[in-house]
Design a protein around this ligand. Structure first.
Ligand code: AMP
Ligand code: TRP
Length: 357
């Protein structure tokens, strides 16, 4: 008698037997930063070894706030090039641009009709972003942003009876959007029949929150008050080193982990530990008595060793746009094959009449 397939088997070989992973990132900056890398993107690279992977640059999400078209086009390509340069393998994983697969917007519409207005109003990221934009600057698209995100995820649902998981690697700040996605999947299944697998958030511990080098109390973010607090993946080596040497440290000179009293050093220890794969206590022991200077100098080298090859590969990919476009076309084709099928099921379940041939 054949054994039930184990979806986690590492020798599963065929993508069809593996769990799926789906994630997205917005092309809203000229470069990804260290927080994106440690909080999310590094997991994307690792997970492709054990999952059938779909990774998209979410340009539809990027227009929920005012944007410049030429800049969006450029940043979409730079984002895709960085994903490939970080090690996402286009032969194994689908790297694609969200707008190349129109089913994302189509499923978002269906899901928006299942979302309560009050439910959407409770999304904390919307509340934060809309507070910054003001009422007249807040678009309806920003309001429905989490529903589009739910569609991004659920389009890549495995068949509900296949026993395959759907995992979504994201930072801590996306937890509420993942909860909404699960609620919408459940609601759809309840009303229209089993269609979607409930996705699981995959939130890394430890490295989950990287803070600003100048304001260690605040999250490292592209909207930071000063660029001195952010390390960009594509940053030139000179400035990168300088930023780390000038990172805010705390009174005293001991390299010890203490979130409350030594937020700056603690953040640097977390970064060092995550990049080098050395535990924090081992690092504390290594730098016992040596002061902040040597510690920062070595950390700068570790950061440079990680990002220099990524930067070089990104620039090379951007040098041959036709090749990059071809890779993205292939990714979109792979994603479409799944998205089109999911959408056919959704249309049928919802009660839309099939188009005659
Ligand atoms: P964002 O740049 O805010 O659109 O975030 C893109 C991804 O990176 C999301 O999964 C975030 O949760 C993650 N991320 C952003 N900033 C940080 C940070 N400072 N620390 C850890 N993860 C982050
Ligand atoms: N909202 C996510 C962020 O800010 C980006 C995103 C869009 C996403 N669609 C997604 C993440 C689907 C995971 C899955 O990081």
């Amino acid at each position: 008698m054949p054994e039930a397939p184990n979806p986690e088997a590492s020798d599963a070989g065929t993508a069809a037997a593996q769990p799926r992973v789906l994630s997205g990132i917005q092309p809203t900056a000229d470069s990804f930063h260290l927080g994106n890398y440690l909080g999310a993107l590094r997991q994307w690279v690792a997970m492709q070894d054990t999952h059938e992977a779909f990774y998209c640059v979410v340009d539809l999400h990027a227009i929920t706030v005012e944007h410049d078209p030429a800049l969006l086009r450029r940043r979409t390509k730079v984002a895709a090039a960085q994903l490939l340069a970080m090690g996402i393998d286009p032969d194994r994983s689908a790297v694609f641009v969200q707008s190349h697969v129109p089913e994302h917007a189509e499923l978002a519409w269906v899901l928006s009709c299942l979302t309560g207005f009050g439910e959407a109003s409770r999304m904390t990221q919307f509340k934060d972003k809309s507070a910054k934009q003001g009422t007249s600057g807040t678009s309806v698209g920003l309001f429905t942003y989490p529903i589009l995100q739910a569609a991004d995820i659920l389009l890549y649902t495995p068949e509900p009876d296949a026993g395959r998981a759907l995992r979504v690697p994201v930072g801590e700040d996306q937890r509420q959007h993942l909860e909404l996605t699960r609620t919408l999947a459940q609601r759809f299944n309840h009303r229209f029949g089993e269609t979607f697998v409930l996705p699981d958030a995959h939130i890394p511990e430890g490295a989950a929150k990287i803070t600003d080098l100048q304001e260690p109390g605040a999250k490292m973010s592209k909207s930071a008050s000063s660029p001195q607090g952010i390390i960009d993946v594509l940053e030139e080596p000179g400035p990168m080193r300088k930023k780390i040497m000038r990172a805010v440290t705390d009174t005293g000179s001991e390299v010890v982990y203490d979130e409350e009293k030594k937020a700056g050093v603690t953040n640097l220890l977390r970064i060092y530990s995550a990049l080098e794969g050395t535990s924090v206590p081992d690092l504390e022991a290594r730098y016992a008595g040596s002061g902040y200077g040597q510690f920062k100098k070595d950390l700068a080298q570790v950061v440079l060793d990680t990002f220099t090859p990524i930067r070089e590969r990104t620039l090379k990919l951007l040098d041959d746009e036709e090749h990059l476009d071809r890779l993205l076309a292939r990714g979109a084709e792979r994603a479409s094959a799944v998205a089109v099928r999911t959408m056919e099921t959704v249309r049928e379940r919802v009660g839309f009449v099939g188009r005659g041939r």
